[in-house]
Design a protein around this ligand. Sequence first.
Ligand SMILES: [Zn+2]
Length: 408
Amino acid sequence: MGQELPDLKQLLAELIATPSVSSVDPQHDQGNLAVIELLAGWLEELGFDCQVTNLPGQPHKANLIAALEPAAVDSARADNASDTGRGGLALCGHTDTVPCNPELWQSDPFTLSERDGRLYGLGTTDMKGFLALAVEAVKGLAAEQLTAPLVLLASADEESGMAGARALEQSWPTHIRPRQALIGEPTANLPVHMHKGMMMEALHIAGRSGHSSNPELGRNALEPMTRVLQELLDWREELRARYRDERFAVPYPTLNLGHIHGGDNPNRICGSAELHIDLRPLPGMAPEQLRAELRDRLQGALGDAATDLTIRSLSVGQPPLETPRSAPIIELAERLTGHPAKAVAFATEAPYLAELGMDVLVLGPGDIECAHQPDESLAVERLQPSIELLRGFIRHFCMEEAPNHAAG
Ligand SMILES: [Zn+2]
């Protein structure tokens, strides 16, 4: 099986040559169907069952869930497998890339090119390189060898809102629920078990414009905005005092005042003002709760002017992630790599997989420093160790017999 499949570098070259740029700007947003087709074609050849699901309202984007299940799986056995904590594994990666500036690259971003021991191309690190490695790692596997399901998830739209990951709750087949998941985002193959969340909120104050010579002719939106600003700075100090986690490089939740706009002319009363903020919660801080607290505090600070305030979210936001160090996949990752699991500063799709009941590890071959950069690349010397590592996870969660003591 799989004899017809290209070799690893050719797999990667084909993924790189298939553009799948995600952008919040519809002009630059390309969709990912061609990449999904490539992957589904290869994985079907390898005996995987492929389910392609278009995203709601975005027919040019789709998720692929490809599953290889134990030959004689019945529900009793599947239950048993999950009782032992070895109930299968999902290898997960997003198929989209960020946009690029080809004029800043030394070679064409859509042509895989090898020089100085590195493979260059848009997505080599973030994260088509991982997808090619995952396909390579499952080559030659037969359903008869498995004791628990092995899933390859290729998602859409990670770089522009994570609509793909958010759609999984509706489309993930209920009969295939791996207990463990590995997301191959760039961590230089070091295990990551936690990251902060991300929220972006717009705070708008409505006023009424009028001639500046007489304040009675309008209602100035900038004046209550000063109270909003002060309240946010106070809240930020309180959050910083209340929450702390030394495992993060920045060990407290952050709140950034990122953008403000209001009014038009010095001789007009400011008719409306808007402030955009970015909040990065630590694990344990729930985004909905923070939104409610933000609203309460600002309404309290504004008093009578509270009716002029509207708050809207600029993005759905990403929840924070913390997979316990004791989770089987984290323990195994620490053992296989010889490194303790750590925290990173970037958000991933992991919280959405955690919501589906999986323990999620983030571990992938790329280096985050070269993601989203011109001349994005992946070290050739990472390839073989990555394949070995992925096969180690597959053997442990999908192939070995469950230990006896778990049965009692
Ligand atoms: Zn990524």
